[in-house]
Design a protein around this ligand. Structure first.
Ligand code: GDP
Length: 477
């Protein structure tokens, strides 16, 4: 950072705040920001840094004195069919069910387990949004919801494309990786081959002199899961995770949907502060007043402390997954914040929908080849919000030097005639992921010359989009 004030001035400010600093010390962004505020100037942080913003982003200077340890939030990532879901279920079953006979587990996008540790119980929170969606969602927005990533690699299949994808996501977010080499019960299991392949991508196992914790497990048979969980606690300890429970809550929407009976339902991960029934909050541009909260064990709760997730009733609309939320002490302020944000969104959406052309992905690819394509407009529909977030996150990562991807609309649900209208009006291609077409949509699309592409594999989709951007898409007849 460049600053046009003498270092001594900075040190003085820090000293006044009770922070001892010397002249050679590198300030972290929060401290630098605080100093900058004192000096009435703005801090410009670089892209790389903001990409790796940590949960500590959720912390303010005022929190520093009241920090307390919080449980780690863990995401399980890996290639399709390598056993992510099985592992999540296995951990949940063994650790949650114990002593809670009859407890009805509730899917709220995250669950917590109580592990015996040293002289007490240590809790760990697992995000169970399928795949690495939670990861990409937060990456797309530059925040970090995960403290530790468990990378599942099937011992009979080894490192695959999505394994590498997961590694790069975790690396970019600076999240420590623990490898679970899964399916060791299978005949074709080749542990050393997996270790070798991972080493080629700079994940070198500890017993080979590297730094990556690798635990052989069988999710299916429940083998060695305790060791895996111990490793999670160990890594968490090193990370020294903290938050201030004594303040209004802040965090991230991990899932949301519309329930016919209950109205908008949002699963919120509290990352700082404590969320309470009756709190007034804004999630993205959506206003809410917490009417009731349910935890992952289906129990009604009054409060949710840092690292815990709860399902919240009382949102005015369905917020988008990955959106940040914040509790406001003043209801009026909350409402006006939500209003402002809605206006902004509407404005940009309108702008984006202005251009009017008929397009297909192949035609766009052709334009890209000729160097004429500057923007690739997309409308994305998917089965669930989680998939959408995954897609958006991955799309954001495609290199966009020549051609920029613009998502005009992304929503869960079927592809409707309205989507076709918007696509037609804005020269967009419609992407359907794990979803279907509403009746009449196909006909409308054919009439309007709108290209609808359906996918059920994320990297296939990405391949096509990237291909089109580079002008490499094979013409389709
Ligand atoms: P995901 O796509 O990564 O969530 O993978 P799943 O959890 O759905 O697992 C894919 C398949 O692998 C399923 O048929 C599982 O039963 C199977 N599977 C998962 N873990 C194991 C394991 O440890 N051993 C064996 N033999 N099969 C497993």
């Amino acid at each position: 950072a460049e600053l046009v004030v003498p270092e001594t001035e900075v040190i003085k400010i820090l000293f006044m705040k009770g922070i001892a600093a010397n002249i050679n010390q590198v300030l972290d962004i929060e401290t630098a920001t605080m100093v900058a505020e004192e000096l009435d100037c703005e801090v410009e942080t670089q892209e790389e840094e903001s990409e790796a913003r940590k949960v500590s982003e959720m912390l303010d200077v005022e929190d520093l004195e009241k920090l307390q340890a919080r449980p780690p939030v863990v995401t399980i990532m890996g290639h399709v069919d390598h056993g992510k879901t099985t592992l999540l279920d296995a951990i949940r079953e063994t650790k949650v069910a114990q002593g809670e006979a009859g407890g009805i587990t509730q899917h709220i996008g995250a669950y917590h387990v109580d592990l015996p540790h040293e002289d007490g119980i240590q809790q760990v929170v697992f995000l169970d949004t399928p795949g690495h969606e939670a990861f990409t969602a937060m990456r797309a927005r530059g925040t970090r919801v995960t403290d530790i990533a468990i990378l599942v690699v099937a011992a009979d299949d080894g490192v695959r494309p999505q394994t590498l994808e997961a590694i790069s996501h975790a690396r970019a977010a600076e999240v420590p990786i623990i490898v679970a080499i899964n399916k060791i019960d299978k005949e074709g299991a080749q542990l050393d081959r997996v270790r070798q392949e991972l080493s080629e991508h700079n994940l070198v196992p500890e017993d080979w002199g590297g730094e990556t914790v690798m635990v052989p497990v069988s999710a299916l048979k429940g083998e060695n899961l305790d060791t895996l969980l111990e490793m999670v606690l160990l890594v968490a300890e090193v990370e020294d995770l903290q938050a201030n429970p004594d303040r209004p809550a802040k965090g991230t929407v991990i899932e949301a949907h519309l329930d016919k009976a209950k109205g908008p339902v949002a699963s919120l991960l509290v990352q700082n502060g404590t969320l309470r029934v009756g709190d007034v909050l804004v999630a993205g541009s959506v206003f809410g007043k917490v009417r009731a909260m349910v935890d992952d064990r289906g129990a009604r709760v009054e409060t949710a402390s840092p690292s815990f997730a709860v399902e919240v009733l009382g949102m005015s609309e369905v917020p988008a997954a990955g959106e940040e939320f914040e509790v406001f002490v003043d209801e009026k302020e909350a409402r006006s914040q939500a209003g402002q944000r809605t206006d902004q969104q509407r404005h940009t959406r309108l702008q984006q929908a202005m251009a009017s052309r008929r397009v297909s992905l192949n035609a766009l690819s052709e334009q890209a080849r000729e160097g004429e394509l500057k923007e690739l407009n997309l409308i994305i529909k998917a089965d669930v919000q989680g998939s959408l977030e995954a897609l958006l996150g991955s799309l954001a990562q495609l290199p966009q030097n020549e051609v920029q991807v613009r998502v005009l609309l992304s929503a869960p649900g079927e592809i409707s005639e309205t989507d076709v209208d918007l696509a037609s009006a804005s020269g967009a291609v419609i992407i359907g992921f794990n979803t279907s077409l509403a009746s009449g949509a196909r006909q409308a699309a054919d009439q309007a010359g709108v290209d609808i592409r359906e996918y059920d594999i994320i990297y296939k989709l990405l391949e096509d989009i990237e291909g089109a951007m580079e002008g490499l898409l094979e013409p389709e007849f």
